[in-house]
Design a binder for this molecule. Structure first.
Ligand SMILES: CC(C)(COP(=O)(O)OP(=O)(O)OC[C@H]1O[C@@H](n2cnc3c(N)ncnc32)[C@H](O)[C@@H]1OP(=O)(O)O)[C@@H](O)C(=O)NCCC(=O)NCCS
Length: 184
């Protein structure tokens, strides 16, 4: 585990960030999104929440979520390949969970490739559970998707897992406001 001592900032993704996000994405995903998909998402301000994580000004990761009624759906999350497993994914995912509280969602769902053990381990550490499988969901190789969900994000179990992840973040992160979760 690499110690993080840099200046970390979570910010809303802006159109100007999309090229940097796409460079990361093309390197880590087999089916990257076209640029217009990002612009469309960023224009949907009422339902969509997209963020970037900057380390000393440079984007090292990004993530996105859609709100549909009571559900917040994680659409994407990625960390630059050379700095993966340094704690940045946890910071990004914590920021998404925070956003789910802020948006008034009751639970969070996501899909993950069956082969993606690393991501699944991270989601499980946040209290996510497997609830199903979508056969052949990923069109590039026909891989199944594992569907995970959070249960109520207000349940003591989920809050505890969230707190534990926040406690594991060694550096203060600008833009991550964990104190808000205590209010609802
Ligand atoms: C999945 C991803 C976002 C996680 O971000 P990350 O910065 O690498 O993860 P973190 O360092 O914050 O680790 C959080 C947890 O994830 C799991 N994990 C992440 N990378 C791992 C690795 N290489 N080996 C084992 N576990 C790993 C671990 O449970 C880890 O907790 P730990 O520190 O107790 O071991 C990142 O690895 C990534 O971008 N992967 C490629 C894209 C992708 O798969 N996105 C998710 C699609 S659903």
């Amino acid at each position: 585990m690499v110690q993080i001592r840099e200046q970390l900032t979570i910010e809303p993704m802006r159109e100007a960030d999309v090229p940097a996000v796409q460079i990361i994405e093309r390197d880590i995903f087999s089916t990257p999104w076209p640029r217009n998909a990002y612009y469309r998402e960023l224009a949907s301000r009422n339902s969509a929440h997209y963020i970037v994580l900057r380390k000393d000004e440079e984007i090292v990761g990004y993530a996105g979520m859609w709100r549909m009624y009571d559900e917040a759906h994680v659409t994407t999350i990625g960390v630059r390949h050379d700095v993966q497993h340094s704690g940045y994914g946890r910071v990004l995912f914590a920021a998404l969970v925070q956003a789910a509280y802020d948006m008034g969602a009751k639970w969070v769902t996501l899909e993950v490739r069956t082969s993606n053990d690393n991501a699944m381990r991270m989601y499980e550490a946040f209290g996510f559970k497997v609830i199903g499988r979508r056969k052949g969901y990923y069109t590039d190789n026909g891989e199944d998707a594992i569907v995970m969900w959070s249960d109520s994000i207000y349940s003591p179990r989920f809050r505890r897992a969230f707190e534990e992840n926040l406690n594991r973040i060694q550096t203060e992160v600008q833009g991550l406001r964990p104190e808000l979760t205590h209010e609802a």
